[in-house]
Design a protein around this ligand. Structure first.
Ligand SMILES: O=C[C@H](O)COP(=O)(O)O
Length: 251
């Protein structure tokens, strides 16, 4: 009953010309949005090209980040209000690269989640542990803590509609995928955390993605798991053929 959601996260890898070419190459072979939601998260500078070329297709558009204020003196930031005006659907927040390189805190991520909802967008909230945390057997507590902090003050209705992406940091861009069982294990913790904070109905509705070296070769096995409703895909989302195999994983 949860619609699978496969989102490419391009990170800082494409320009507007490449964006336009990519969308032209995939737009006619995407599944119906009721069957699988196909999303691309692109850098802010590529969003106009992505939106323009995706018009009338089944491709949904995400920003890779935004600020938690709508406007003001915040040099270099991206307004969630303007993202909405442009026609963006989702905003990725709390990616481990933003937490690590740009020092984003749980509190920032929570403020962003509120700002995203205020503007009628939907967040894809990332969480995930480092190798050190996993080896110390603390991955479950860590992820539960991140999810709890990110959702603070959101309503059950809001949480039912958002997406949580579990991305173990040690599996990102390393070629080391968490095994389907390891991924399922923590995605189940994410759902249990939502049930504990809200209730079973909200937990049944929230969609949970796994991210970390997802590719056409492992997407089916991951998507077969009970608590995995999608993927947040970096490297393998940059090539049209590979992206199409990912979003059409069930064919
Ligand atoms: O947001 C996507 C993740 O960071 C995964 O990246 P990757 O598929 O290149 O490992």
């Amino acid at each position: 009953m949860r619609t699978p959601i496969i989102a490419g996260n391009w990170k800082m890898n494409m320009n507007p010309e490449q964006t336009a070419e990519f969308v032209k190459a995939v737009k006619n072979d995407l599944p119906e949005t009721t069957e699988v939601e196909s999303v691309i998260a692109a850098p802010a500078v590529d969003l106009p090209a992505l939106l323009e070329n995706a018009k009338g297709s089944n491709l949904k558009v995400a920003a890779e980040n935004c600020y938690f204020e709508d406007d003001g003196a915040f040099t270099g930031e991206t307004s969630p209000k303007v993202l909405k005006e442009m026609g963006v659907d989702y905003v990725v927040i709390g990616h481990s690269e933003r937490r690590g390189y740009f020092h984003e805190t749980d509190e920032d991520i929570n403020k962003k989640a509120h700002a995203i909802f205020k503007n009628g967008l939907l967040p894809i909230i990332c969480c995930g542990e480092s190798l050190e945390t996993r080896e110390a057997n603390k991955a479950k507590d860590w992820v539960e803590g991140q999810v709890t902090a990110a959702l603070k003050g959101l309503t059950g209705e809001q949480v039912s509609s958002l997406v949580i992406a579990y991305e173990p940091i040690w599996a990102i861009g390393t070629g080391k995928t968490a095994s389907a069982d390891q991924a399922e294990d923590i995605c189940a913790v994410v759902r249990k955390t939502v049930a504990k904070l809200y209730d079973e109905t909200v937990a049944d509705k929230v969609r949970i993605q796994y991210g970390g070296s997802v590719k056409p070769a492992n997407v089916k096995e991951l998507m077969a798991k009970k608590n995995i409703d999608g993927g947040l895909v970096g490297g393998a989302s940059l090539v049209p053929e590979s992206y199409l195999q990912l979003v059409n994983f069930n064919k």
